[in-house]
Design a protein around this ligand. Sequence first.
Ligand code: SF4
Length: 414
Amino acid sequence: MALEGPSEAARAEARLGLYVHVPFCAVRCSYCDFSSGSLSAAKVERYLEAMAREASLRAPLAAAHAFSSVFFGGGTPSALSARHFARLDRLLRDAFTILPNAEVTLEANPETVREPLLEAWANAGVNRLSMGAQSFDPRELARLGRLHDAARPAAAVQLARAHGFERLSLDLMFGFPGHSAGTWSATLDAALALDPGHLSAYCFIPEPGTPLGAKVRSGAARLPSAEQQADLYEMLVSRLAAAGYGAYETSNFCRPGRECRHNLVYWLRRDCLGLGPSAHGLWRGVRYGNRYGLDEWAECLAAGRECADRETETERSRADEILMLGLRLGVGLAADDHAPEAWGTVERRYAAAFERALAEGRIEATSWGVRVASRHRFVADDVIAWLMAEAERGSARSKQRAPDADLTALGVAP
Ligand code: SF4
């Protein structure tokens, strides 16, 4: 049975992230609401010009820093030609310092993985590929609107390995309309047969505005029940554990040492610059989210304006984020993962809520902090919501007590 993780080494290596959003897809999957549109030479040109502007706009912030991870996400980063990808990589490396041993991940759709691109990615320092397989069942792939067939992920993995890519991850999806334990079991078999170091598996969410989400919302398609989805998750965790994959985050599993450093930057709430339409960043206590669409993002930058909504953190928002992100990790919350001042805000806001949650068995104590017990991991978000509500109730109670204290000080019985 694999340890859950993430390991101390992986947490220490996740220091500073650079996220690059590539907003193009050949077709739109039926469940997806990400910022993405069709690919054309004119749009890619517009994107690369705007990306150069955003990189030089944000570069001064990071002038004294080196990034420990880069993540090309999308959309479909693998939809860019080798020439366009090399141009994107060059403009980023001109603007930012990236550590020589940085983890550099690229999201690739299996049908796009071809030799010239693999060479371009390797030349640009990409050392980790994350492939969107989603399912290995042909009918499910069609229902999800995926372009590749069930055999293509295996071919893509083989080709990537032949080009020296050792760090490979597969994305899977479960709990969508029509999903069954039988097809899930077969998909897990097929995924494990490819022996990736890392697997991500997300439960389907019926996003508004997506074809499959709209069908679920109108009743035209039925989701598996919450119990059935929990059973599918249970199957996932136990099958992966038996194969040596630790559940180091609610939806992420890996062999020892194969954690995604870049995602740990988010989950441990370390600084990250985000570039591209819809990209989000956190830098020195300020969160920002770029304009969602390619055109509005590019227009904003062409006009010399910053293209993002900003929000400065408060003690409370920082404590809430540390809790929400950290309790999804296998190891849970660890004081040592955070600056003493940041950890202090968690203790002040959540100490009483932790006590009650421990007494009720919702969380368990560790020698480094607290965590959600592995048997409750699928409902970790419910546990987190309970803790946040409990902290709110606690602060409302202490506000109510404050006038009493004043009255007592004045010698008036409450
Ligand atoms: S390939 Fe990825 S980003 Fe593009 S539509 Fe499908 S799920 Fe969305």
